[in-house]
Ligand binder design. Structure first.
Ligand SMILES: NC(=O)c1ccc[n+]([C@@H]2O[C@H](COP(=O)([O-])OP(=O)(O)OC[C@H]3O[C@@H](n4cnc5c(N)ncnc54)[C@H](O)[C@@H]3O)[C@@H](O)[C@H]2O)c1
Length: 259
């Protein structure tokens, strides 16, 4: 993949998929700003990102579901790097549960984490990317928007917003040199997922196993994806090579929906 001296912001990169994406991009020589709400974890992972020739990577702690947090991230990355070429809107995460078990708090958390983070970070970076006449915005959506997974209805509503905002931006800014695409994973059991499951009581753990099996059964390849498989798709859409792709949802889903 071609990256011509590029720099990137990856949101939600202190763990899971975002950490894998930041690592993958750095392996390709991209200088990365890792932004996350979890400062302790960010401190732990920052030294693990491969060194690049362009200079040190950057960590920014911010609540990216707020306009202030997103603008702080954008300002710090631009000040440190001079120019930012790539924005990966990965911060998010499901509050996965049957629809009628959502509370006011979990409904709001779902939208805040998944749709407001993507919205505010994109708005914060857009003037800079347009000013450069070059940009790659890759946002993490979800396969559940297409296949309507069990217990995912409201999460899919938030991620559906990510897909919809992306196609609108792609058309509106099609002639600017800035592209907008979505990578939509199906199920990826990250190391952080297993850490979390290890803290559950036996009953809850058994229910979680059964739920994962149910989802696995909906995937023709009969397995979850790996962090690296998702990160590779993100890296391609973030690369110079992907200049003629915009407004696309690229599913990394083991065939769980096709075409
Ligand atoms: N893992 C999967 O199976 C899967 C499937 C489809 C989509 N996704 C999406 O992929 C992305 C990454 O998922 P993951 O499994 O690695 O989750 P994760 O919980 O391990 O990582 C999410 C990261 O986002 C950060 N974050 C959350 N809210 C934030 C905020 N307001 N401001 C700043 N940072 C914030 C968290 O601190 C965390 O480091 C999410 O958008 C998720 O919805 C994951």
């Amino acid at each position: 993949m071609q990256f011509d001296n590029r720099t990137a912001i990856v949101t939600g990169s202190a763990s899971g998929l975002g950490l894998g994406m930041a690592t993958y991009l750095a392996e390709e020589g991209v200088r990365v700003c890792l932004a996350d709400i979890d400062g302790d974890r960010l401190d732990q992972v920052l030294p693990t990102i491969p060194v690049v020739a362009q200079g040190p990577h950057l960590g920014v702690v911010a609540d990216l579901s707020t306009r202030d947090g997103a603008e702080t991230m954008a300002a710090r990355a631009i000040a440190a790097f001079g120019r930012v070429d790539i924005l990966v809107n990965n911060a998010g995460g499901g509050v996965i549960r049957p629809t009628l078990e959502h509370t006011e708090e979990t409904l709001r958390q779902t939208i805040d984490r998944n749709l407001w983070t993507m919205t505010y970070c994109t708005l914060a970076m857009l003037p800079h990317l347009l000013g450069n006449g070059y940009g790659r915005v890759v946002s993490i959506g979800a396969e559940s928007v297409r296949n309507g997974l069990w217990q995912h209805a409201f999460y899919s509503a938030a991620k559906g917003g990510v897909h919809g905002f992306t196609t609108g931006l792609a058309r509106e800014f099609a002639e600017t040199g800035v592209t907008f695409n979505v990578v939509a994973p199906a199920m990826v059991l990250t190391p952080q997922y297993f850490d979390l499951v290890a803290t559950l009581e036996p009953d809850a753990s058994a229910r979680q196993d059964a739920f994962v099996e149910q989802i696995r059964g909906s995937i023709p390849m009969a397995r979850g994806g790996t962090v690296r498989e998702v990160a590779a798709a993100v890296a391609f859409l973030a690369s110079d090579d992907a200049g003629y792709m915009t407004g696309q949802v690229v599913s990394v889903n083991g065939g769980s929906s096709m075409l």
